[in-house]
Design a protein around this ligand. Sequence first.
Ligand SMILES: C[S@@+](CC[C@H](N)C(=O)[O-])C[C@H]1O[C@@H](n2cnc3c(N)ncnc32)[C@H](O)[C@@H]1O
Length: 207
Amino acid sequence: MGIKRISRKNSQGFNLIPSHVVDQHESKDSNHSGDACICYTLPIDGAPKLILTQRMDNYAFLGDFKICNRYDIDNTGLVCNWPSEDVLACFCLSHKDIFRSKRVLELGAGYGLAGFVIAAATEASEVVISDGNPQVVDYIQHNIKANYGSFGETIVKSLMLHWNQEETVNISNTFDIIVASDCTFFKGIPQRPCSNCQMVVDEIRIL
Ligand SMILES: C[S@@+](CC[C@H](N)C(=O)[O-])C[C@H]1O[C@@H](n2cnc3c(N)ncnc32)[C@H](O)[C@@H]1O
């Protein structure tokens, strides 16, 4: 089996959204022994805590790479919540108003901290947290269910969305705001992720 792209985290993040591990054991409803539950405390008044199940640092399984090869995707979404996701989440928290009544899509979300923060702390009407790696989408879906009570009126969904595939779901006119972090790091990933998706957006702002 050829393993094309392996990633690991080599430094600590910025911890802009303070977090601590609450459970490093296999949780009752988790399928993976290498999982940990991380509690993120949003640094604003009245915001709920988010408990996200993620892989513990340095855990990777052979099966991950079989899936990566089968779906033509990398494993980076499983490695960690990357520092730029922290920055994006923090930016979204400090610009909460732009999300009011908007339909929001996060691309290449990994564990989707920014999407979860938008869902929990803004008045977005809908937040869809997407990724092209099916294992990552399983974590997103699990975490949506686990934090169900934290989203108020906001509808929150996961979506398997691989932006290089022609048959990608048609999401034109579906979203008002699209956010993404750390999605153009590998050679070969298009500078404009999702250029194959049928999307119409009124305005693109690169932050
Ligand atoms: C470096 S990670 C960043 C994850 C997250 N945004 C963060 O910063 O923590 C890149 C993410 O993009 C996803 N990805 C890579 N290529 C993709 C593609 N062609 N379509 C959809 N997602 C893709 C990976 O599965 C991974 O979750």
